[in-house]
Design a protein around this ligand. Structure first.
Ligand SMILES: [Zn+2]
Length: 552
């Protein structure tokens, strides 16, 4: 917490805001409803609605609209380190997903987008310094900005098997991204030679509905095959018949060995949910059976209608023809020729199919999921996929809160404008959890010295021995005087018990004061590597100063 505060003080000023918030503030931003069951709510004795703060955009914007009057007062970066509450649907033991946690949250207010860029960059740099100083190995990834679009957002992630997010990263360079943003460089593929006159050629493929079966039957690779995945994309709303959920047919064509990334797809078609097409829907749009559906003969919806959901207004417009579908081509198929695909006829496929020539599409886009081992888009080294936990997040909010809550300042020309905002979070406990996840073995864990509760534990192996006990006390006192956090273990316990306890609680260095004191020597054990070194009692402070200068 000290490290976070030191680095944040360099860029902003600290607040300490209430945890208990009135309903009115959250109504103004519209989030009283949006937060749903995730928010802890309560009533006071007069029956007024209150909530426990899960984040502080509303409260900070309220302060801003009361305090900020002029461009001369901007930019501002305001932060706090405070307890937050979230009624998690799946609270877990451990510290990764909990209902009460400490967060450093910060908010920036600027006159314009260029100012926000600068505030955002200041946070980026401060976060790097914080996590570096905490000894974490982390990645910065471009975060999925969801249906909102446009706003920049990055997450600071730490790899751990306990994590809940999947992150794609490069073995060699700094490339890292969420699964829903990640892409890869594909190895070139030799296309099949055209057969006959080069036009789509119907071939009999009895009982070969699955890609692997077709590939084997035709003696080709799945990479030569076009996979068809047919969905109904859904959005809440009302269509011309008054249906509650709007649905649109969406078909993705991609390489036979690739998988659709449904989040990329949802983002592209601006939908909230997907479901697979049913048999009768396949019949309607493809006029073909499952296993043999393909792109040839589809009625293609035009690009400008993609993501347009209000169907009432389009009733009767031929662009929204009842049989038309959105045909989405994965980028990996652009430029490919003479591929195999379903013929929309039971037991038949087409050969010689070239996307763009033999069938048209609404749009080509990156819609596939990256798999481990594919090439990094930057440098070509293999990509890996790990689970990770988010320790920090920086986000350009834009005008959402200043507009909805009426924060206004006067610009240089005396005109009232809304300040542009950013919000920035660090999960304090998560730093610790991530460090433990990153540094552990069968005997416990060790923490980087900067965040360990103690940097050194001095173990008197036998407290009944006067020389050992006083030496241990002196060494501990001496190191403490030199600025190290020292724990003296002078309990009347067997050395084995003390060593085990020291291993368990994460103290990075242990000094064993034992029989060798008669020779003027101590044993220093580094917890992470288990390396031991004999060090002269008289030189112990210098030894640590060389290893790691005291933090204060
Ligand atoms: Zn790379």
């Amino acid at each position: 917490m000290g490290i976070v505060r030191q680095e944040m003080d360099k860029i902003g000023q600290e607040f300490y805001l209430p945890t208990l918030h009135p309903r009115d503030l959250w109504e103004e931003s519209g989030r009283w409803t949006v937060m749903g069951d995730n928010m802890f709510r309560l009533k006071d004795r007069k029956g007024a609605d209150l909530c426990l703060g899960m984040t502080h955009e509303e409260v900070m914007t309220d302060i801003a609209r009361k305090e900020l009057r002029s461009y001369k007062q901007l930019p501002q970066i305001w932060y706090q380190i405070q307890t937050k509450f979230r009624d998690e649907p799946r609270p877990k033991s451990g510290l990764l997903r909990v209902r009460q946690f400490i967060m450093k949250d910060a908010y920036s207010f600027d006159m314009d987008a260029a100012g926000l860029d600068l505030s955002y960059l200041k946070h980026y740099d401060a976060y790097c310094r914080i996590f570096d100083r905490c000894g974490l190995k982390y990645m910065v990834i471009d975060a999925h900005s969801g249906a909102m679009g446009g706003s920049q957002s990055q997450e600071f992630m730490v790899r751990t098997p306990a994590g809940e997010d999947q992150v794609v990263s490069c073995e060699k360079c700094a490339y890292a991204a969420n699964m829903e943003k990640a892409t890869s460089k594909l190895a070139p593929i030799e296309d099949l030679k055209p057969e006959g006159d080069g036009k789509p050629l119907l071939v009999h493929t009895p009982g070969k509905g699955a890609i692997a079966d077709v590939a084997e039957f035709l003696k080709i690779s799945a990479k030569q095959d076009i996979k068809t995945v047919a969905y109904m994309a859904q959005n809440p709303g009302k269509d011309k018949d008054g249906n509650k959920t709007l649905e649109q047919p969406v078909v993705v064509f991609l390489r036979g060995d690739h998988m659709v990334n449904e989040i990329k797809l949802l983002t592209l078609v601006k939908a909230s949910q997907l479901r697979p097409m049913q048999t009768e829907e396949l019949e309607k749009y493809f006029q073909g059976p499952a296993g043999y559906i393909g792109p040839i003969g589809l009625v293609v919806k035009p690009r400008e209608t993609l993501g347009v959901w209000d169907r009432k207004e389009h009733a009767g417009d031929p662009k929204y023809d009842d049989r038309a579908v959105y045909v989405l081509l994965d980028e990996a198929l652009v430029g490919r020729t003479n591929m195999i695909c379903g013929a929309n006829q039971l037991d038949y496929h087409f050969k010689n199919v070239t996307p763009g020539k033999d069938f048209q599409y609404t749009i080509a886009a990156d819609l596939r999921s990256v798999t481990a081992g594919e090439d990094c888009p930057n440098c070509g080294a293999p990509l890996r996929i790990d689970t990770a936990v988010e320790v920090g997040h920086i986000f350009k909010l834009g005008y959402k809160y200043s507009e909805s809550m009426g924060a206004r300042v006067l610009d240089r020309n005396g005109k009232e404008v809304a300040p542009i905002m950013g919000s920035y979070g660090i999960g304090i406990e998560r730093i610790l959890t991530a460090a433990v996840e990153q540094n552990n073995d069968e005997n416990g864990f060790w923490l980087p010295p900067s965040i360990a509760p103690f940097e050194v534990v001095v173990v008197a192996t036998n407290t009944k021995d006067e020389t050992i006990r006083t030496t241990a006390e002196n060494v501990a006192r001496q190191l403490e005087a030199s600025g190290y956090d020292v724990l003296l273990d002078d309990r009347d316990e067997r050395p084995g018990v003390k060593f085990k306890d020291a291993d368990l609680v994460g103290i990075p260095f242990r000094i064993n004061v034992g029989k060798k004191v008669t020779e003027g020597m101590l044993e220093v054990v580094q917890r992470s590597t288990r390396q031991t070194a004999d060090v002269k009692i008289s030189a112990i402070t210098e030894y640590f100063q060389e290893l790691r200068p005291a933090a204060r």
